[in-house]
Design a protein. Structure first.
Length: 470
């Protein structure tokens, strides 16, 4: 049966190791642009790894095109961070001055003077670091290194008829949610590059089609695609856990002639590269890549149902029943996942009629059903922050005794807004700013105090609010 349905089968560790010894590596646009977003350790180790595998790298023409078009935006984005951090420091000091400046017990002037001195010293350091940050028109050593790495390793430029044919096919694929790219169907912008007209919403499809063409043209048998794209039109998930590449994508790669096809995020790529290619990749670089993988370039606010389970409920039975009702309600457009131990989150299409929802509260083990509390549309900012909290365990500590504590704490502080995921030796809790502001400090303090927790770190990522959907 495996030969008939090989797209539904994964690879053993031994098979992946063998694959890495002979495969062609294809990198998405976001991986090349990550070189501008990663701190020094991550950037240097990624470039070193690319140099080691240079002879086996191939880049779709559309990846190179998107890199050139988006590179100035990313550089400017990184350059703007310095002024934003400085402004945040000034704002924090002003808030502190306002809150304690008139307190009858606190020695405000002494405290404010000390805090101000620390902030000013930090701003001086930021100014020094900012001078090292290249601008859009400055010499770009990163692009210079990529230019050398990718000589002769970029696919051919397509013709206008070829682009038009792919985009015509894309219209039909998007109607049936065929990957990749259907998550970008709402993009409206068009552009012209080197005399060729493109519709931006088909960018992922152009990349994928060029990958398939290269498999056929060069008779590639093993291919690894590295992307930080988190959208569902690239990955297959079960109960909120990523299992691997979309079976539809694997099937198309096999039809094109590949025997083996696999996908990795940047952090996963560096982890496996350290095991199989070079031992010069630091854990610091891997951690930085993981943090970057958690970042979300744009946020679409979608309707979500938050279903809370009782302590005695069978969460997997409840999950199966919720999934069944959601499919009956909106078909394949819903996404159902577990968050922690006692929450089920149902993400729904933006055009859903709330009043038509089935009665999920009748499911055995369900305590309550509510809609996610999103901010008023008139008050929704153009940018928001996503906080990713990473929890590492002490050596010898295991999840079972802590899983319930962390899940309960996240629910107490953030309600259904937090996305809690557990891995072998760590947990990740992600939450957006309109849910976290008042409770973030309390959550971090209580989390750090749990027995068995080795460390807690929090990273804030700015995201653009693409569209208000509810």
């Amino acid at each position: 049966m495996r030969e008939l349905f090989k797209e539904h089968y994964g690879f053993s560790a031994e098979e992946l190791t063998g694959m890495w010894g002979e495969c062609t590596f294809v990198f998405d646009t976001n991986i090349l642009l990550a070189l501008y977003r990663l701190p020094k350790a991550g950037r240097d180790d990624l470039l070193t790894t690319l140099q080691v595998i240079q002879d086996r790298i191939w880049i779709p023409y559309h990846v190179a095109l998107e890199f050139q078009r988006n590179r100035p935006v990313v550089i400017d984005e990184q350059k703007h961070i310095w002024s934003r951090v400085t402004a945040d420091l000034d704002k924090s000091l002003a808030t502190l001055r306002k809150d304690i400046g008139t307190h009858h017990i606190v020695q405000a002037e002494e405290m404010l003077s000390n805090v101000s001195a620390v902030f000013e010293a930090y701003k001086v350091k930021l100014t020094e670091l900012e001078k090292e940050q290249a601008g859009v028109n400055d010499h770009d050593s990163i692009r210079e290194q990529l230019d050398k790495l990718l000589i002769g390793r970029i696919g051919p430029k397509p013709t206008q008829p070829a682009v038009d044919a792919i985009e015509k096919e894309g219209v039909e694929r998007f109607t049936r949610n065929a990957p990749p790219g259907f998550s970008d169907a709402k993009k409206q912008d068009n552009f012209i590059a080197q005399g060729i007209k493109y519709q931006a919403k088909f960018g992922d499809l152009h990349i994928w089609k060029q990958v398939l063409q290269e498999i056929e043209r060069s008779a590639l048998k093993a291919l690894v695609f590295v992307t930080n794209d988190q959208k569902e039109d690239w990955w297959f998930e079960v109960r909120g856990k990523r299992v691997g590449p979309s079976p539809e994508l694997k099937s198309e790669a096999f039809i094109a002639g590949a025997d083996r096809f696999h996908m990795y995020s940047l952090s996963q790529f560096l982890i496996f590269a350290k095991e199989t290619i070079t031992d010069k990749i630091s854990q610091e670089a891997i951690d930085q890549a993981e943090d970057l993988s958690e970042a979300v370039p744009a946020l679409e606010l979608v309707p979500r149902l938050i279903i809370r389970l009782s302590n005695t409920a069978s969460r997997f039975q409840a999950l199966a029943e919720v999934s069944r009702l959601a499919r009956r309600w909106v078909g394949s457009k819903s996404k159902v996942r577990l968050s922690g131990n006692r929450l089920i989150v149902v993400s729904l299409p933006d055009d859903i009629e709330i009043g038509s929802a089935p009665n999920f509260s009748t499911i055995a083990g369900v305590d309550s059903v509510s809609w996610d509390a999103l901010p008023d549309p008139s008050e929704t900012p153009k940018t928001m922050s996503r906080t990713t909290i990473r929890v590492l365990l002490d050596e010898g500590t295991h999840w079972p005794p802590l899983r319930e504590s962390i899940s309960t704490l996240a629910e107490e502080c953030f309600g259904g807004a937090a996305d809690v995921r557990f891995e072998e030796d760590r947990a990740r809790i992600s939450v957006f700013c309109h849910h976290r502001d008042a409770s973030r400090s309390e959550f971090l303090a209580k989390l750090s105090g749990l027995s068995g927790v080795a460390s807690v770190s929090a990273i804030d990522t700015k995201v653009r609010v693409r569209e208000r959907l509810v």
